[in-house]
Design a binder for this molecule. Structure first.
Ligand SMILES: [Mg+2]
Length: 358
């Protein structure tokens, strides 16, 4: 693979996630595909709803807005890059970055060991339906306490793609990527299904970036390999590993199901509010539309569940497979923060480490 191809796939993953987030954000809290259809027409939501704003969002409507998923993903990237740049441990630095985001969400001054660039960007700090578990856990850390919860909400998995992008461009082992992404999710979400799903997403992204010409068969191989790596890292017989395997296998088995996408998701997987369902819906959407960025995201958005997160994760994966150049132009030009996201993706791809800490 040439350097240009690698760069294109890394950009594709980060921008793809933001496109999915922005497409799905207006229907995150709509409870069924039938309701989406009532609002947006027979085929559901298929283009950005530029008119959508979160109630206290004080910005122009020129762009499709991203939500907390993209905000936190960019803070993951900021912490990661800061750690690499300064040769510091990665997970604590990402935790610092999340504390900065938290402070801006709730109007508290948070002192951390670096100067945050993301903090200066208004759009990255407005409240865009942030997850309760993220806010509660970060409040605990801010208050000097260990967060304790058993949440498997999708707030972990939806923000770890930068770990896979970095792993792909810096030859990390798959085990290393799984472990770090899992720990990054555990900063706020401590149920093992969140940890496994987050580790799996990062390593799926990593493999989709480094492999060429992925078809549905090789994609399934990547998914199976990813589940095996997660099981190798955490142990085959630890709590919930079997549940994790089962839901991913179910997603793979639904590849050729005759029902419409939304029916398959609503009948067989669930709403994607929890991490393993988010990942399963994303995998299913990619598998059924592996050649088409737009169709993949339409599948991941149009169901009664957590549409922005399921489509953000699907976008991270399909973008890593097809690359930035395969994303339809209007999805890029109308995306809030597009130029920033591209430059962050390039920074992740080209940042040279002095040594690796975890
Ligand atoms: Mg969101």
């Amino acid at each position: 693979m040439t350097t240009e191809q690698l760069k294109d796939k890394c950009r594709g993953s980060l921008v793809g996630g933001a496109v999915g987030d922005a497409l799905g954000y207006p229907v995150e809290f709509i409870d069924s595909f039938n309701e989406i259809r009532t609002k947006y027409g027979e085929n559901g939501l298929t283009e950005y709803d530029i008119s959508y704003t979160w109630p206290d969002t004080d910005v122009s409507n020129r762009y499709a807005l991203v939500s907390d998923d993209t905000q936190m993903t960019l803070y993951t990237a900021e912490g990661l890059l800061e750690a690499i740049r300064k040769d510091k441990p990665i997970v604590p630095m990402i935790c610092n970055a999340y504390l900065v985001w938290f402070g801006n969400q709730v109007g508290k001054k948070v002192k951390v060991s670096y100067k945050s660039t993301m903090s200066q960007i208004k759009r990255l700090n407005q409240r865009r339906a942030p997850g309760n578990t993220c806010l509660t856990s970060l409040f605990s850390i801010y208050s000097g306490k260990e967060p304790v919860n058993s949440s498997k909400g999708c707030g972990g998995v939806m923000r770890v793609a930068p770990i896979g992008i970095y792993g792909a461009s810096h030859d990390w082992t798959l085990e290393e990527t799984v472990r770090i992404a899992g720990e990054v999710a555990e900063i706020t979400h401590q149920h093992p299904l969140s940890t496994y799903s987050s580790g799996a997403l990062a390593v799926i992204v990593q493999q989709c970036i480094t492999a060429e010409n992925i078809d549905s068969k090789s994609f399934k191989d990547i998914i199976n390999k990813s589940v095996d790596v997660v099981a190798n890292v955490y142990g085959e017989h630890v709590p919930a590993m079997e549940n994790f395997r089962q839901i991913i296998i179910k997603a793979l088995e639904l590849e050729h199901n005759q029902l419409l996408d939304w029916k398959i998701i609503e009948n067989n997987i669930g709403g994607g509010w929890v991490a393993e369902e988010t990942l399963a819906i994303a995998i299913l959407s990619v598998l059924r539309h592996i050649d088409d960025f737009k169709d993949c995201l339409i599948c991941a958005v149009n169901h009664g569940g957590d549409s922005d997160s399921t489509a953000a994760v699907a976008g991270n994966i399909i973008g890593a497979i097809l690359g930035y150049n395969a994303i339809p132009e209007r999805y890029k030009t109308n995306l809030e923060l597009h130029d920033l996201i591209v430059s962050v993706a390039d920074d992740i791809t080209t940042m040279m480490p002095t040594s690796i800490h975890t």
